[in-house]
Design a protein around this ligand. Structure first.
Ligand SMILES: [Zn+2]
Length: 240
């Protein structure tokens, strides 16, 4: 029985290393993944803001063109005005020029406001672009270093997978299946020591005294009645 427990513990040891390596691999992948997600989110926002900026610039060019056309209208009216001699016509064109000037002034103010807002917006977008660039660099660095670590871990996982068979060879099939079931259920430890107080090392509940006594004799394989893990008593605990 001692040999079987030892074989299970040896197998679990290999398993534990494999699980640790897999967890590390997963955490690296998820860290890089979430950084990549953040970068692409920011890229989408940037593209959106650049679109808005282009739209505003189009609007600005349109208004600017209108303003120039109106200024030409004023010039033409002025030329007409100079050629007119009748007082009544003179006054009418004068009014026309005044109206155009007022509306032009309003347009100029609007355009100026827009230009200010556009400049502020563009500065903010440029600032964000800088942040995005530094995040891209972070991501590239993370990816480069994680590729190395992940290939290390993959090598380790493969290696552990190979040594697996040697460890499994010492364990009867039904017990091996049970071991795997328990391990899967608890995502980890399937063989746990019982402490000097008789508590399960997995779920920490106190085992029934008669089970503990049986375990001290170390003559059969037993499982915790609460969490189903294989339980054993370390020889030094048993001696006490
Ligand atoms: Zn337990």
């Amino acid at each position: 029985m001692k040999a079987l427990i030892s074989a299970l513990r040896a197998l679990q040891d290999v398993d534990q290393h494999r699980i640790d390596a897999e967890k590390e691999r997963q955490s690296i992948a998820s860290r890089v993944g979430s950084l990549a997600e953040m970068v692409s989110e920011l890229e989408r926002e940037q593209a959106d803001k650049r679109d808005k900026l282009r739209e505003a610039e189009r609007w600005y060019r349109e208004r600017d063109r209108e303003l120039k056309e109106d200024n030409d209208k004023i010039k033409r009216a002025q030329t007409r005005l100079n050629a007119l001699s009748k007082q009544k016509e003179h006054a009418a064109v004068q009014r026309e020029i005044e109206t155009l000037r007022r509306s032009n002034q309003q347009k100029e103010e609007e355009i100026l406001k827009l230009v200010n807002v556009m400049e502020e917006f563009k500065a903010a977008v440029d600032e964000e672009e800088k942040k995005l660039e530094s995040m891209r660099q972070d991501l590239a660095r993370e990816e480069a270093s994680s590729v190395e670590r992940i290939s290390e871990l993959d090598g380790r996982i493969a290696e552990l997978g190979n040594s697996y068979k040697d460890f499994e060879a010492n364990i009867p099939g039904d017990i091996l299946r049970q071991y795997k079931r328990i391990q899967k259920a608890w995502l980890g430890m399937a063989v746990v020591p019982v402490d000097a107080k008789g508590s399960c090392g997995g779920c920490h509940r106190r085992l029934p005294p008669q089970l503990y006594n049986t375990l001290l004799r170390n003559d059969a394989l037993h499982t915790c009645p609460y969490c189903n893990r294989f339980v054993f008593v370390e020889p030094q605990e048993a001696a006490e």
